[in-house]
Design a protein around this ligand. Structure first.
Ligand code: NAD
Ligand code: ZN
Ligand code: ZN
Length: 356
């Protein structure tokens, strides 16, 4: 480990810089993780890769990228209480102060400490490197039944979706509309299926993603995005619309479709970030008694619950990975994800690179 490691940085002009840096040494309560899988999120592309959106403590601060890491502990610092060398782990992607109200609830995403809240891949080094330094309190056990590429998608992707679906509730009573079939939308479809939803309708603009949703049998109906989407969804649901809708597109028109194609008393959750939406409160939500939720990431305890469910359901998030790259080719990985002509894109190491 003495000769250092490689780490990927995002200068914000749609390129990736691979630099040689020292391997970090775990301090008190910290672990050193040999990276095995590090997946790319839509947020990385939108907020860091193309340009550095978000300023101040919430912005990208020039650290090693990658907020969806999974790997194996190779070294522990003093004072670790639960995790040890050899453990397979998932990293909750935001390290919080640990003692504010949000952190105590497990929602480090909304940690209120300006000084201590630091997201991996944004304000502290992330998973696009040979090794990652993480705090023990941010770790979740990765069961043997799940691969590292499964694990990498649990925190930000599947965890975010699982949280959002808890808010609106999904059961065998429901038909569900998903707007945007990127990795988050596809994860929504996969989880809705396990939670019992009977008719899952997806809307997307990119052909490759529509095809993936059909081929993996994640959606029962896949529609091309268009002005007549609301009428199409109503036609597929006995004229009334879906009980539940999840926006994973962040697109103005698609968000409005998610609201309007939902039936009376229905529930909608917005996961897609950024952008805006325009709708008419009285006809679109008030008179039809609809509820619109927003949902941001998830908590450590819900992630632990989700990991247990994934094993029980034999559901493998890695099925959404269409492309795996070695760290040396990380630039190609980001370019592909930015093109959208793919499912989930993963940078993989060791045995995880050989899979599929
Ligand atoms: N709420 C959270 O905590 C949270 C967590 C993770 C990601 N996100 C956000 O969720 C969104 C999805 O993430 P992703 O990784 O899948 O990103 P992505 O950009 O790969 O996926 C978005 C998809 O929406 C599609 N789309 C765009 N316009 C559309 C339209 N009019 N109709 C239908 N589809 C349309 C795009 O083609 C794309 O496939 C992003 O905005 C991301 O920032 C939110
Ligand atoms: Zn993310
Ligand atoms: Zn905190």
């Amino acid at each position: 480990m003495d000769d250092g490691m490689k780490g990927a940085y995002l200068p914000g002009n749609s390129t990736v810089e691979l630099r040689q840096v020292p391997v970090p040494e775990p301090g008190h309560g910290e672990v050193l993780i040999r990276m095995k899988a590090s997946t790319i999120c839509g947020s990385d592309i939108r907020c860091i890769y193309h340009e550095h959106l978000g300023k101040g403590p919430e912005g990208y601060q020039g650290f090693i990228a990658g907020h969806e890491p999974s790997g194996q502990i190779v070294k522990t610092g003093p004072g670790c209480r639960r995790f040890g060398e050899g453990d397979r782990v998932i990293v909750y992607h935001i390290s919080g102060c640990g003692v504010c109200n949000d952190c105590r609830r497990g929602y480090m995403i909304s940690c209120t400490s300006v000084k201590y809240r630091r997201a991996y891949g944004w304000q502290r080094d992330g998973g696009m490197a040979d090794y990652l330094l993480a705090e023990e309190k941010d770790l979740i056990y990765l069961p043997d039944e799940l691969s590292y590429a499964d694990g990498a998608q649990v925190a930000c992707g599947f965890g975010t979706v699982y949280e959002g679906l808890q808010k609106i509730g999904i059961s065998g009573n429901d038909s569900v509309l998903i707007t945007g079939l990127g990795p988050v939308g596809l994860a929504t479809a996969a989880l809705c299926r396990q939670l019992g939803a009977r008719k899952i309708i997806g809307i997307e603009v990119i052909e490759e993603r529509m095809k993936l949703a059909r081929e993996l049998r994640l959606c029962d109906e896949v529609l091309a995005s268009g002005a007549d989407n609301v009428a199409q969804v109503r036609k597929l649901t006995a004229g009334t619309g879906v009980e539940r809708a999840v926006d994973c597109s962040a697109n103005d028109a698609a968000r409005a479709t998610a609201i309007r194609a939902t039936r009376k008393w229905g529930k909608i959750v917005f996961l897609g970030e950024g952008g805006r939406v325009e709708f008419n409160p009285s006809p679109d939500i008030i008179h039809d008694q609809k509820t619109v939720f927003g949902s941001w990431v998830t908590s450590t305890w819900l992630m632990e619950e989700l990991v247990e469910r994934l094993v029980r359901w034999n559901l493998h998030p890695a099925d959404l990975v269409t492309h795996r790259f070695a760290l040396d080719r990380v630039g190609e990985a980001y370019a592909l994800m930015a093109s959208g002509k793919c499912g989930k894109v993963a940078v993989c190491f060791d045995e995880e690179l050989e899979l599929r």
